[in-house]
Design a protein around this ligand. Structure first.
Ligand code: NAD
Length: 254
């Protein structure tokens, strides 16, 4: 059976864990060469080693997506190693908001905005510049959340950042569609990753809420998001543009 991303060059941010790692591995299984970037460079290199051990080609690198110079260098390193960039999964994101709105502070607001919004903007800026230079189009997938589609109780700043990601995705999709660059977003429900495990460890009664959150009756798995991202990154989604795809076990269907 032919692979969906044979010979493509793909970049994943926040690739060291959770949804990013699962997607880096899924990209490899579909034939892509994968650059794995993360704030934690050593952990990103471990995922790259995992890909190489499985017979793929990969590069692991350290990059903080909220820093312009890191993002520019990240894209430059991908091009230096693989010659071009065809696919980008802008997935790095944080969820550090655990207080009701009136108890949150400016530092938290700025931190969430810097990583979740500025980070996606910076990545798209440098990735699209490279894709336009190449002139063969490309596919970009941004990680939003169900919190980018509906309200996120006790997470208003996080929800705002993910609504911003959906907005940027739609606008960039409109702007670059005719250049052959498709920009879409994935909006996961609650997924079994370290981010979710941290939330449960901090507040064990969240477990009950999480168990009941999805009409499908269970948590999501990182690999289920990865498969949707592969779809959006591939020619199977050739007519999908500026779309925030909910992969959420029915969370937003109610
Ligand atoms: P995770 O915490 O398991 O992994 C996130 C990765 O991003 C980590 O490896 C971390 O080191 C990296 N990272 C953090 N800040 C970074 C920065 N400034 N620059 C580069 N890398 C950075 O989280 P996850 O659950 O896999 O989440 C991935 C994405 O999915 C995030 O954008 C998150 O908001 C989103 N999301 C997660 C869930 C969920 O339930 N887990 C639901 C909806 C959306």
């Amino acid at each position: 059976m032919s692979r969906k991303l044979e010979g493509k060059i793909a970049l994943v941010t926040g690739g060291a864990g959770g949804i990013g790692r699962a997607t880096a591995l899924a990209y490899m299984r579909e034939g892509a060469k994968v650059a794995v970037a993360d704030l934690d460079g050593a952990a990103a290199r471990d995922v790259a080693d995992e890909i190489v051990a499985a017979g793929g080609e990969a590069l692991g690198l350290a990059a903080d997506v909220s820093l312009s110079e890191d993002v520019e260098a990240m894209v430059a390193q991908v091009v230096a190693r693989f010659g071009r960039l065809d696919i980008a999964f802008n997935n790095a994101g944080i969820e550090v908001e655990h207080e009701p709105l009136h108890k949150t502070d400016e530092a938290m607001f700025d931190h969430l905005m810097n990583v979740n919004v500025k980070g996606v903007w910076l990545c798209m800026k440098h990735e699209i510049t490279q894709m336009l230079r190449q002139g063969h189009g490309g596919a970009i997938v941004n990680t939003a959340s169900v919190g980018g589609l509906i309200g996120a109780p006790r997470q208003p700043i996080y929800g705002a950042t993910k609504h911003a990601v959906v907005g940027m995705t739609k606008s960039a999709g409109l702007e670059y569609g005719r250049k052959g660059i498709r920009v879409n977003a994935v909006c996961p429900g609650i997924i079994r990753t370290e981010m979710t495990e941290r939330a449960i460890a901090r507040e064990p009664r969240r477990q009950q809420y999480i168990d009941q959150a999805h009409p499908i009756g269970r948590l999501g798995e990182a690999d289920e998001i990865a498969r949707a991202v592969v779809f959006l990154s591939s020619d199977d989604a050739a007519f999908v543009l500026g779309h925030p795809l909910a992969v959420d076990g029915g969370y937003t269907a109610r």
